[in-house]
Design a protein around this ligand. Structure first.
Ligand SMILES: [Fe+2]
Length: 243
């Protein structure tokens, strides 16, 4: 380390980086950005308190505390892997010559980040919107559902059938450009994304969400789930999406 705090190794790396940037014709101030230590922002890992509303609100429809407690472990796994990948991306060599569409660390991290963070967000919304009074939608959610599907009953039938047709996730998306809601199949959490849609309701139809309580009877699980949707939480998400 010399007197101004820059090691010989850093100086050599800076020189090499400058040459590379010069070759790409990029402005030299980008080099300074590249050299700054990236601050890694991490997501909050969920705790038992995050499933307590679901535990209290779903016992009456046959969804057990054990199911939610086991589910929490998977949710925590997505949060931890999201943070692990964020840290790895911050340290990753961003030399374009090392990126590759067949296999490269950049591709592996970016593809699996979508799976990890997608799983984290989906479970955030699942547990936020579970443990309510269920029944017909209320407030803005009711207005949007009626506008798009004609009636709550029609939407509910569509939602249930979508839940049977999906392999992992079913979403209610609020399209902020069209001001409308639409039900989507998600399958895995890194598939079938659509632009402009804010996730306002997410139903997990992977077997870990119901097998302990309903075995393979997914339709019974969906019937139970629909009795405990927290429409206040859905409306709060729609309001946030409109801001
Ligand atoms: Fe899940």
């Amino acid at each position: 380390m010399d007197n101004d705090g820059i090691s010989r190794r850093d100086a050599l790396l800076a020189g090499a980086g400058l040459a590379a940037f010069a070759g790409l014709g990029l402005p030299s101030n980008l080099l300074q950005t590249k050299e700054k230590k990236m601050e890694v922002k991490l997501v909050r890992v969920p705790e038992h308190a995050d499933i307590e509303k679901a535990i209290a609100g779903t016992a009456g429809v046959g969804m057990s505390a054990k199911t939610h407690e086991e589910h929490l472990k998977l949710w925590q796994g997505y949060a931890n892997k999201t943070n692990e990948i964020r840290k790895a991306l911050a340290e990753l060599d961003t030399d374009p010559a090392k990126a590759n569409q067949i296999y490269s660390p950049m591709r592996a991290l970016k593809v699996n980040y979508a799976f990890a963070y997608g799983g984290y967000v989906n479970h955030n919304v699942y547990f936020q919107t579970l443990g309510g009074k269920g029944g017909p939608a209320t407030g803005e959610a009711a207005r949007l559902i009626n506008a798009a599907y004609g009636s709550f009953e029609h939407w509910a039938a569509d939602w249930k059938a979508t839940g049977i047709a999906g392999r992992g996730w079913v979403y209610l998306g609020y399209d902020s450009e069209l001001d409308e809601v639409r039900t989507f199949i998600g399958d895995a959490q890194d598939t079938f994304p659509t632009w402009n849609n804010h996730l306002v309701l997410a139903m997990d139809v992977y077997e870990h969400a119901y097998y302990l309580d309903f075995q393979t009877a997914r339709a019974k699980y969906i019937d139970a789930y629909m009795q405990v949707i927290d429409w206040d939480a859905v409306n709060a998400r729609i309001a946030a999406a409109k801001r």
